[in-house]
Design a protein around this ligand. Structure first.
Ligand code: FE2
Ligand code: FE2
Length: 397
């Protein structure tokens, strides 16, 4: 649909790439236009754009189908934890969107047991006693040290990041996605630091190195892409919830969301057989995967994530928040832990990727007091995240 820029409402989606007079891409097709983005386009002299047609309401039959599909999504792996009206409502909305787009219903792709199933005593040993986190690359170690200083040196942090061409490229790809909404392309790390913030860019760089630290999850456990989608979906949701509620610094929330399941990434990549055993056992006994982790690793992924980040000297108190993301009441930073908890639930409800857990994690009712977001806003947030995720996945591959 063609619109004059002054008629565009925040939240509308671009139906075609938007380029300036020199042919440079301003926003790609599918980007959701925020209030700031619309104001920026007005400033740049954009007068007309193409946005997606308004959604045509589904008929009663289609709505019934969407609700049935949502129930099917959770059926068979509710792990004794009812999804609740909020998650079911979100899943119904997501299924309604799939019907609108002519897509089949989403069924979570959980692998069946591997054949032959090993006995627990046949699995490679994991010993928690004397556990030491794997060594981070030197750049990440130095970055965490520099960021822990009361007044970090901008020169030092930029020098550390640019020492790694791979990290620099990934960081700049991410900062140049529509997620950050910059009008001009950010060409250098020092420019990114000056507009995004020193600690924010430093922590983002450090978290990217940590996610890369473990390499790729073997296919016998789960798909790496699916795990990355879950982590990024959660990171985007954390950032949005932080912006909407004002309860946390958005970039810090993004980094915490990105790292929230890092303990599981460590299990999956370093102990794939034991991890696969846990997933199969969770399916077989209809229990949360966390329960099986505690049984077969002696520690669940949240506590393992806290140990890893503590051992690596991750600044900003993030390790405790990651350690409490399934039980935010224990966290020192209650609002941020609440945001991560809720974001994790929403990411599961929207079916964005897979963390290895075949049902939604157990919702803590107190989180809705910690992060007061109206249910109708949840749907808007979820729709925005789905669009953003498609746009930033490319920056990570
Ligand atoms: Fe988790
Ligand atoms: Fe998660």
């Amino acid at each position: 649909m063609h619109k004059r820029i002054e008629q565009v409402l925040p939240g509308e989606i671009l139906a075609a790439d938007l380029v300036d007079t020199a042919g440079r891409l301003l926003f790609p097709k599918g980007a959701t236009l925020s209030e700031n983005a619309v104001a920026a386009l007005v400033q740049r002299g954009v007068t007309d754009i193409e946005v997606e047609d308004e959604r045509v309401p589904l008929n009663a039959e289609q709505l019934k189908q969407a609700a049935e599909n949502a129930h099917k999504f959770y059926a068979g792996h509710d792990l004794g934890v009812a999804p609740g009206p909020m998650l079911l409502g979100l899943r119904t909305e997501a299924e309604a969107m799939r019907i609108e787009r002519g897509l089949p219903p989403l069924l979570r792709d959980c692998r069946g047991p591997v054949d032959p199933v090993p006995l627990p005593q046949e699995l490679p040993i994991f010993c928690l006693n004397g556990f030491e986190p794997p060594q981070l690359p030197a750049v990440a170690q130095e970055l965490n040290l520099a960021l822990s200083a009361p007044d970090p040196s901008s020169t030092k942090i930029v020098e550390l990041i640019t020492r790694s061409p791979g990290l620099t490229a990934k960081l700049l790809r991410l900062v140049n996605t529509p997620l950050y909404g910059f009008q001009r392309k950010v060409e250098t790390v020092s420019r990114a630091v000056s507009i995004v913030g020193l600690r924010e860019v430093g922590m983002l760089a450090s978290s990217l190195l940590m996610v890369d630290q473990f390499g790729v999850i073997p296919k016998s456990v789960i798909e790496m892409r699916s795990f990355l989608e879950h982590s990024l979906g959660c990171a985007l949701t954390c950032k949005t919830l932080a912006e909407v509620t004002g309860l946390a610094q958005p970039e810090k929330a993004f980094v915490t969301g990105l790292l929230h399941d890092i303990g599981r990434l460590y299990f999956f990549t370093s102990f794939p057989e034991r991890s696969r055993y846990c997933i199969d056992s969770a399916l077989k006994h209809q229990r949360p995967l966390m329960t099986e982790e505690a049984l077969f690793f002696g520690i669940d992924h949240a506590d393992m994530g806290e140990r890893l980040l503590d051992g690596w000297g991750m600044p900003g108190g993030l390790s405790r928040t990651v350690g409490c993301h399934h039980d935010p009441a224990r966290a020192a930073d209650l609002p941020l832990a609440g945001i991560v908890h809720l974001a994790d639930l929403l990411t599961h409800a929207m079916g964005l990727g897979c963390s290895g857990e075949c049902g939604p994690p157990q919702a803590r009712p107190e989180v809705m007091d910690l992060v007061p977001v109206q249910p109708e806003h949840m749907v808007d947030i979820a729709i925005r995240i789905e669009t953003q995720l498609g746009l930033i996945m490319g920056a990570f591959q």
